[in-house]
Design a protein around this ligand. Structure first.
Ligand SMILES: Cc1ncc(COP(=O)(O)O)c(C=O)c1O
Length: 463
């Protein structure tokens, strides 16, 4: 772990004699393995108590990740947490469920290969993005080699608003990132901005459905059409990857007419997080490619599966199988209509909340939850006594986790609050949140001077 806890602050953990059990009235060293263990009850109590300080998952409006499933899912999870996804030979039915999920998702995304599409589960969208990016890079390198051209300076074009995983991909795999700048009124990648940055060394363009910062969908079809024109003009055939981390499980259900997926022929690959709007606990992600030709052969490894050969393309070796099983459970349990209802309810709640917030007066919407059920809003420019960071902190007093942050380069002076509406956050909770936000806003509006600020308190939010 790269993050270090403040050692001075937490050196020892003191156990109090809660139930007067053996070993309770002592302390343990926090950062070194002690010689002797504790009874299971004492160890449990110690950890259980410390975790009380973590935020309440249901009031976490910062995360996109699923925090609520049903008791049958919990039961399946408890029955399957010992399964290793890579052990296809030992757990053939888990492997079969993974393959069925890939087909279901490929069909949902209108894959031309349908049931036989190539794809895999991953630990989340981040791993899926690494795989999709690698496939783009290798495919481009091969094309350049075949044409006798240099293949050492690949670049990837995307909006400045991409999630940090794309920056990571570029750094880890030696690809030059080319970011299209944002501007007031343009918070994501547009076709015009994308084509300005491409050249012969562009391995692909990333379009996000939808943007982590404000929940808006990037115009996949327009970007692809602009790249068609580039190809006609210059001969560069540049593929599109859609980062559908969240939208990959939203748009198919409630925006059926939006063409963002394999219906757009330039889209080579798509990723999504099963653990976001796929409605499964963390960590499961998915990546699917248009056709088998989009995945260069040398990226595929072969594992033994029932004495046969199972091709795999992942970064991790061992990884939990239970989340894949839970994804399959969700598909069986909800069907298309169940997903549709849930995503529509999330969008309705998001739009209800955003319009109520806009009506409060001091706030201005930068998105309204009509694409992803996610919206971003800021304070109007004339508010100087308080900031969105104060509002976020005040909401925290009631347990709500509503992150405040600044936008990326070019717009770092724009600070706002983001609300992610997920399954389980319905109108009742939305009304409670609104009441608390109104109360907090009234408090700030009545200040007769600026809020004092703690210089040690950061103003950023980790995406
Ligand atoms: C657009 C986008 N891409 C990728 C990711 C990374 O996904 P994961 O957390 O599943 O690794 C996120 C996470 O929020 C995201 O919003």
């Amino acid at each position: 772990m790269l993050h270090r806890e403040d050692l001075e602050q937490i050196e020892r953990l003191y156990l109090s004699p809660l139930f007067a059990r053996y070993g309770e009235e002592t302390a343990i060293v926090a950062h070194k393995l002690e010689q002797d263990g504790r009874t299971p009850e004492v160890a449990f109590q110690l950890i259980h108590d410390e975790l009380m300080l973590d935020g309440n998952a249901r009031q976490n409006l910062a995360t996109f990740v699923t925090t609520l499933m049903d008791s049958q899912a919990d039961q399946l999870f408890a029955e399957t947490y010992d399964k290793n996804m890579i052990d296809k030979d030992e757990y053939p039915q888990t492997a079969a469920m993974e393959a069925r999920c890939v087909s279901i998702i490929a069909n949902l995304w209108n894959s031309p290969d349908g049931d036989t599409a190539i794809g895999t589960s991953t630990i989340g969208s981040s791993e899926a993005v690494m795989l999709a990016g690698l496939a783009l890079k290798r495919r481009w390198q091969q094309k350049q080699k075949d044409a006798g051209k240099p293949f050492d300076k690949p670049n990837l074009v995307m909006g400045q608003n991409v999630q940090v995983v794309w920056e990571k991909f570029c750094r880890y795999w030696d690809v030059e990132p080319r970011y299209a700048p944002l501007a007031e009124g343009r918070l994501h990648l547009t076709a015009d901005e994308a084509v300005k940055l491409v050249d012969e060394n562009t391995i692909g363009v990333v379009a996000i459905l939808g943007s982590t910062f404000d929940g808006s969908y990037e115009p996949v079809k327009d970007i692809a059409a602009a790249l068609d024109a580039v190809q006609a003009d210059k001969g560069w055939d540049i593929p599109v990857h859609v980062d559908g981390a969240s939208g990959g499980f939203v748009a198919p259900f409630i925006d059926p007419d939006l063409e963002w997926d394999f219906r757009v022929s330039r889209v080579h690959s798509i990723n999504a997080s099963g653990h976001k709007y796929g409605l499964v606990y963390p960590g499961v992600g998915w990546v699917v490619w248009r056709t088998h030709e989009c995945v260069p052969d040398d990226l595929v490894f072969h594992v033994n599966y029932l004495g046969g050969d199972m091709p795999t393309f992942t970064l991790n070796f061992s990884r939990p199988g239970s989340q894949v099983i839970l994804q399959y459970y969700r598909f069986v349990r909800l069907g298309f209509e169940g997903y549709r209802q849930i995503q529509q309810a999330c969008r309705d709640t998001a739009m209800y909340l955003s319009s109520a917030i806009a009506e409060m007066g001091p706030y201005e919407l930068l998105s309204d939850g009509s694409e992803l059920p996610v919206f971003f809003f800021r304070l109007k420019g004339d508010r100087t006594n308080y900031s969105v960071f104060d509002v976020s902190a005040k909401l925290r007093e009631r347990g709500w986790q509503v992150p405040a942050y600044t936008l990326p380069d070019n717009l770092t002076d724009v600070a706002g609050l983001r609300i992610v509406v997920r399954n389980g956050f319905g109108r009742d909770l939305a009304d409670l949140l609104l009441a608390d936000l109104e109360h907090a806003t009234e408090f700030f509006e009545n200040l007769d001077g600026p809020m004092p600020h703690d210089p040690d308190h950061g103003t950023s939010f980790a995406h």
